[in-house]
Design a binder for this molecule. Sequence first.
Ligand SMILES: [Zn+2]
Length: 109
Amino acid sequence: MHELSITQSVVDAVIEHAGESRVISVRLTVGRLSGVVPDAMRFCFDLLIDGTALAGARLDIEEPAGRAACGSCGREFTLTDHILLCPCGSAEVTVLAGRELKITSLEVA
Ligand SMILES: [Zn+2]
């Protein structure tokens, strides 16, 4: 479960940024194509923040869908999974969005 190590690095980064402040919530953007399962991250987050400066903080996860462009027909389309195929059948596809995994905001007391 790689969500555990990813979530650990998120928690570490948040603690470093927040310093002495109490963190109320952490907002993440986890693209649908990032390969990370948001529910698993929520589970790990609750485990990892226990006993830290982040204890009690809420985790909000935005899950933007993927976007891709087809090199054959030129159309842009939404990707909801890892099957990188254009509706026209071409696999000549460039992923434009959906692989992001970042902390978008922190709410501190
Ligand atoms: Zn196409």
